[in-house]
Every structure is written in C-alpha cells, then in structure tokens.
Write a protein that binds this ligand. Structure first.
Ligand SMILES: Cc1cc2nc3c(=O)[nH]c(=O)nc-3n(C[C@H](O)[C@H](O)[C@H](O)COP(=O)(O)O)c2cc1C
Length: 197
C-alpha cells in the first residue's frame, strides 16, 4: 500500500527541535512518509537551537526539495500529499499563507493545501502576539481544513524531561493526519480521588 505523504514545512520561528521530533515520529509510523521543505531562516534557526545541520534534518525525511524549486511536485494540486504541517510556523509565513502570497515552495505548497481543501496544520509560534498575528490566525482558522495548533507545553501527562514534552507536543501536531503515535497521551479524565472538593 502506498504511504500517506505528509509535507513538512519548517520556517525560521523558534521551535526547530519540534521539527526534528515530528520527522522522527513520521519515520517510525507505519504507512506515512515525509517531504521536507525548509526556508533559509529555518536552516539558520535550526543551527542556533540544536546541534543539527540542515542536511542532517533532511536525512530524517523521506524526500526533500529546495525552497526555490517552485516547479517541484508539492507546487501542484495533482501531487498526492495527504496534508501539510508547518512546524514551527513564523508570523511571516503565516501572513504569506493568509494573503495567498506564494513566493517560495513552502508557501506555494500551503496555498495548494488550501485550494485543494486538504489538512494544513500550523504550529504558529511567537510571543507575545500582535493584533496582526491574531487577525491572520483568526482568518485562517475560519477555513475548515486549517488547524491552528500553537506548540503549547503540556503538563497533564507529567513529563519528566524536555524530550518527553517535545514528543507529546509533536504527537499532537500529527494527530490531525490520523497519525496517532504511542507518544500521544490522550486525556483520560481525572480519577475521583484527584478531584478535591
Ligand atoms: C533565533 C530566532 C528565533 C526566531 N523566532 C521567531 C518566532 O518565534 N516567531 C517568528 O514569527 N519569527 C521568529 N524569528 C524571525 C524569523 O526567522 C523571520 O521573521 C524570518 O524572516 C521568517 O522567515 P520564514 O517564514 O521564511 O522562515 C526568529 C529568528 C531567529 C534568528
């Protein structure tokens, strides 16, 4: 059976360790493959935030294209991708998607997701958020195929390490594609003795 392709875009926002975690989770999952698109700023931020070079991150993906390869497969609706995740997603790329300004392969691939009505998950990251950032997120959130998923810390599963925290956040980003990894710890509800009167 053909694997479901997830296009994974990475931009220069903070949070590149999450990109690495997502690529690892897709690699381990049965029936899924990843196509990596990185902006120039993503490569810069990756070096700043991890020990990894862009070429090593690319090695975790099944396929990769350059950001200026505007004629590559992901630029077309006839390219069979299940959906796209942008992790992390900068406010600049968010603005580009919101306004349909597709001047690189990552933005074009996201634009294709919108026009083909395929899932587009945006791990938007900035702090604090301006009215412009919030407006762009709000506008895109009105489209039913767009998921605005800021990479928020999760505490209910009692993470013991940063790696456990990253795994849980990454797993949550991949759930909209039907990729449910063992790292994804769903909320089980509070037991009676945890609920103080
Ligand atoms: C270390 C570092 C961290 C950054 N963090 C953020 C961030 O969290 N959110 C954001 O929107 N931009 C952030 N930026 C700025 C973006 O990298 C910059 O706006 C860039 O032009 C985004 O381009 P791209 O979307 O094409 O990757 C950061 C830049 C650096 C160098």
């Amino acid at each position: 059976m053909e694997k479901k392709k997830i296009i994974v875009g990475a931009t220069g926002a903070s949070g590149l360790p999450l990109l690495i975690e997502c690529l690892k989770l897709i690699r381990r999952a049965e029936g899924f493959s990843s196509i990596l698109l990185m902006t120039r700023s993503a490569k810069l931020t990756l070096q700043h935030e991890s020990d990894m070079k862009a070429s090593e991150a690319a090695g975790l993906a099944d396929e990769t294209f350059g950001i200026d390869e505007i004629g590559a497969g992901p630029a077309s609706g006839s390219y069979h991708a299940t959906g796209m995740l942008i992790v992390p997603c900068s406010m600049k790329t968010l603005a580009g998607i919101c306004s349909g300004y597709a001047d690189n392969l990552l933005l074009r691939a996201a634009d294709v997701m919108l026009k083909e009505k395929r899932p587009l998950v945006l791990a938007v990251r900035e702090s604090p958020l301006s009215a412009i950032h919030l407006r762009n997120m709000h506008e895109l959130s009105l489209l039913p195929t767009v998921h605005i998923v800021p990479p928020m810390m999760v505490f209910y599963n009692h993470p013991r390490t940063l790696e456990e925290m990253l795994q849980q956040v990454a797993a949550r980003l991949l759930a909209p594609f039907g990729l449910i990894s063992k790292e994804y710890r769903c909320w089980q509800g509070l037991s009676e003795n945890e609920t103080e009167e």
